[in-house]
Design a protein around this ligand. Structure first.
Ligand SMILES: [Mg+2]
Length: 283
């Protein structure tokens, strides 16, 4: 993995050949710094301004994908024209696309029940919180004292383990978070693949540049998908770690926002309109 700017000429080359850039970004830890409580993750005005300009550009599709619920994500970003993918892509909404996983929708009552039980069981542990996001549940433990972190794990396993063993839910882990998901074989990678295929129909593969920026283990599936495209660009935000599928990294969300601003200022350089007609049927 190398620092994005260190291979800038290669990136520029890919972008110059592109007629369709599908820019997909995670939210927490990617466009906003990791914060003590998820409600404190506020998008900066600079990032919002860059997104507002990019979304109007003909050659760009902007997608924000997150573990947050779709409504939470839309409220936090508040830019029209973006494709929003909430709950790790179980719900997707934006111009030209509308999708909700049927299995996830059907699992909602069961997940709601699990959420209530977890809430009750984790109440004695200071700093632990349960967030029912409709189609998935998050158990946050960033504020839990280190000596009680294993207690959170034990409670989650005790309550959710049997449902996972019987195939009724899935448990995944992220940065100081457990996610309880419906039993559907779906993740950020599959959602990203679905979105790229949806908007890339008819577009020559050489002119399609999918970019995915993320920061967490749950983003690895997305990096892998983007790398299956010859011109795909996968970018990890934060300290690079071994075995990541991302080819590039940026050090901070601040640098990710600088990248968005770079796209704003250089779009004329990177957009070739000559191939656009070939791709319009799919958009
Ligand atoms: Mg993240």
């Amino acid at each position: 993995m190398q620092f994005l700017c260190a291979d800038w000429s290669n990136i520029r080359k890919k972008l110059r050949q592109a007629s369709h850039i599908i820019l997909i970004s995670d939210y927490d830890g990617t466009l906003t710094p990791i914060v003590e409580r998820p409600e404190f993750a506020i998008l900066s005005d600079r990032a919002r301004t860059a997104l507002k300009i990019l979304v109007l550009k003909q050659d760009f599709k902007i997608v924000i994908i997150s573990g947050r619920s779709l409504s939470d994500l839309k409220n936090r970003i508040g830019v029209q024209g973006i494709i929003y993918a909430g709950n790790h892509g179980l719900e997707i909404e934006g111009p030209g696309i509308s999708f909700v996983s049927r299995i996830a929708r059907e699992s909602q009552p069961f997940l709601s029940m699990i959420s209530n039980v977890l809430n009750q069981a984790l109440r004695p542990i200071s700093g632990a919180s349960v967030e029912n996001k409709g189609l998935t549940i998050s158990v946050h433990y960033r504020q839990v004292k280190p000596r009680h972190v294993n207690d959170v794990k034990d409670i989650v396993e005790k309550i959710v383990g049997p449902a996972e063993a019987s195939g009724n839910v899935r448990i995944t882990a992220g940065k100081k978070i457990y996610e309880i998901r419906p039993p559907v074989d779906w993740n950020k990678g599959k959602a990203i693949e679905f979105i790229i295929k949806h908007f890339g129909i008819g577009c020559p593969i050489s002119a399609l540049v999918p970019i995915f920026i993320g920061d967490d283990l749950t983003d690895e599936d997305g990096f892998k998908v983007v790398e299956t495209y010859g011109n795909g660009i996968s970018i990890l935000v934060g300290e690079p770690y071994k075995n990541s599928s991302a080819h590039y990294y940026l050090r901070t969300p601040e640098e990710a926002i600088l990248l968005l601003e770079y796209f704003v200022t250089t779009t004329r350089d990177v957009c070739h309109t000559t191939d656009t007609n070939k791709c319009e049927q799919g958009i």
